[in-house]
Design a protein around this ligand. Structure first.
Ligand code: ADP
Length: 378
C-alpha cells in the first residue's frame, strides 16, 4: 500500500537564498517557515550547506514524506508538475538556457535534497506549467518561426502556481465548477502578471519568454517597443547583459521614480505628497492593468470575476481604486468602503450592481506547491 503523504517540505531555492515552508497536509496547516540567506556570499557555501541549516532549524525531522520544489521554467517539456527521476533531471538540465540565473539554484536545491533526505521523493513545480494551455495565437511571436523551432522562442508565462491557486480558490468562492470558471487573474507584486482563464484554463498571460513582458513592475519595464531597446543599445554602446540588467533591475516603478526597488507603498506615499513622477508611475501601472483586463475579458467571452492578488492586489487600497476606476467601461463599480478595509483577506471590493465582481484573493504559492506534490505522488 502507498504511504499517505502528510508532511511536505516546500523549497524555493534562489541564487543566494533558500526559502522553505513545512506543511501538514492533513489540514493544510503550515508548521514552519524560514529563510537561509547569503548562500555563497558569507553564509553557507552552497545549497547543500544551506539545506543542512534548514534541517537543523526544523529540529532534524525524520517524518518528511515529500519535498516540493519551485522551478522557474518547464518550457514545453513540462506542462504539469513532475516527480523528479533521473530522466526528469536530465531533461531539466537541458532547460537551464531558459533561465540561466534561476534554473541552476533551483536544480541545486533538488540535488541537495536528494543527498540529505535520502529516499524522500522530490516534485518539481514549474512557474510556467499552468500557462501551457495557451493557444498558438496567444503564445507565438510574429517573427520567423525558425526561432521558435531552433531556440524555443515563444511566450511561456510565469507566476503559474499563483494563478492556479487563485483560479481554484475563485471557483470555490464563486461556487462554480473549475471547468466552467472564466476569470481575469491579476497577480500584482514586485513582479506582476495577468492571466486570462477560460473554463479553468489559461488562454493568455502577460509575461512572455521571460518575466520581463507585460505589466509595469517594481524594477521591470514590461511591454516596450523592441526598437526602443535597440536604439538605446546603439546610442550608449550597451551589451545585451547590460541592457538585460537595466530592463529587469532598474526600470519599471523604480526606473520611473528613483524609489529603490519600486516599492509601491513608498511610491503611493510620495504621490500623495505631490511627487509628479510617482503619480505618473501609479497611473501607468493602473492603466496597463486595466488595458489587459479589457483585452482578456474579451478573449474569454466575459469574466465571472476579476481576481486581485499579490502584495499590491491584496493590500493596496489606492492602486486597486486607480485600476477599478479605469474599468468603468465594463460596468465594473468599486465599493469604496469594502476596498478600504480589505487587506490580505478574501473580499469582494465591487458593488452589488457591478457587472463583474472584483474579488481580492490572497495567493499562497507554497501551499499550491505542497498540494501539487501530494497530487503528483498520489
Ligand atoms: P513578490 O513579487 O516579491 O512576491 P509581493 O507580492 O510581496 O512581492 O509584493 C510586493 C509589493 O506589494 C511591493 O510593491 C509592496 O509595496 C506592495 N505592498 C505590500 N503591502 C502593501 C500595502 N499594505 N499597501 C500597498 N502596497 C503594498
Amino acid at each position: 500500500m502507498k504511504k499517505t503523504i502528510r508532511k511536505v517540505l516546500v523549497i524555493n531555492s534562489g541564487s543566494s537564498s533558500l526559502k522553505y515552508q513545512l506543511f501538514d497536509m492533513k489540514n493544510e496547516e503550515r508548521l514552519a517557515k524560514g529563510l537561509v540567506e547569503r548562500i555563497g556570499a558569507g553564509g553557507p557555501a552552497n545549497h547543500a550547506e544551506a539545506l543542512k541549516q534548514v534541517v537543523a532549524d526544523l529540529g532534524n525531522p525524520t517524518d518528511i514524506d515529500a519535498i516540493g520544489h519551485r522551478v522557474l521554467h518547464g518550457a514545453e517539456v513540462f506542462k504539469d508538475s513532475a516527480k523528479v527521476t533521473k530522466s526528469v533531471m536530465t531533461q531539466l538540465k537541458k532547460l537551464v538556457k531558459f533561465g540561466p540565473l534561476h534554473m541552476p539554484p533551483n536544480l541545486g536545491g533538488i540535488e541537495a535534497c536528494e543527498k540529505i533526505f535520502k529516499g524522500v521523493p522530490n516534485v518539481a513545480v514549474f512557474d510556467t506549467a499552468f500557462h501551457q494551455t495557451m493557444p498558438d495565437c496567444a503564445a507565438m511571436y510574429a517573427i520567423d518561426p525558425k526561432y521558435y523551432k531552433k531556440m524555443g522562442i515563444r511566450k511561456y508565462g510565469f507566476h503559474g502556481t499563483s494563478h492556479k491557486f487563485v483560479t481554484q480558490a475563485a471557483a470555490k468562492f464563486l461556487k462554480k465548477p473549475l471547468s466552467k470558471v472564466n476569470l481575469v487573474t491579476c497577480h500584482l507584486g514586485n513582479g506582476s502578471s495577468l492571466a486570462a482563464i477560460k473554463n479553468g484554463q489559461v488562454v493568455d498571460t502577460s509575461m512572455g519568454l521571460t518575466p520581463l513582458a507585460g505589466m509595469v513592475m517594481g524594477t521591470r519595464c514590461g511591454d516596450i517597443d523592441a526598437a526602443a531597446i535597440l536604439s538605446i543599445m546603439e546610442a550608449e554602446g550597451k551589451t545585451p547583459a547590460e541592457m538585460d540588467k537595466m530592463l529587469n533591475k532598474a526600470s519599471g516603478l523604480q526606473g520611473l521614480t528613483g524609489v529603490n526597488g519600486g516599492d509601491c507603498r513608498d511610491i503611493c506615499a510620495k504621490a500623495a505628497k505631490g511627487d509628479k513622477q510617482c503619480e505618473l508611475a501609479l497611473e501607468m501601472l493602473a492603466y496597463r492593468v486595466a488595458f489587459y483586463v479589457g483585452g482578456y475579458n474579451t478573449i474569454i467571452g466575459g469574466a465571472d470575476a476579476i481576481i486581485m492578488s499579490g502584495g499590491i492586489g491584496e493590500n493596496s487600497t489606492e492602486v486597486r481604486e486607480r485600476i477599478i476606476k479605469r474599468l468603468a467601461g465594463l460596468g465594473i463599480k468599486l465599493d469604496k468602503a469594502a476596498n478600504k478595509k480589505s487587506h490580505g483577506v478574501v473580499a469582494v471590493i465591487s458593488t452589488k450592481d457591478s457587472k463583474i465582481p472584483v474579488v481580492v484573493l490572497p495567493t499562497n504559492e507554497e501551499l499550491m506547491i505542497a498540494k501539487d506534490t501530494v497530487r503528483v505522488l498520489g
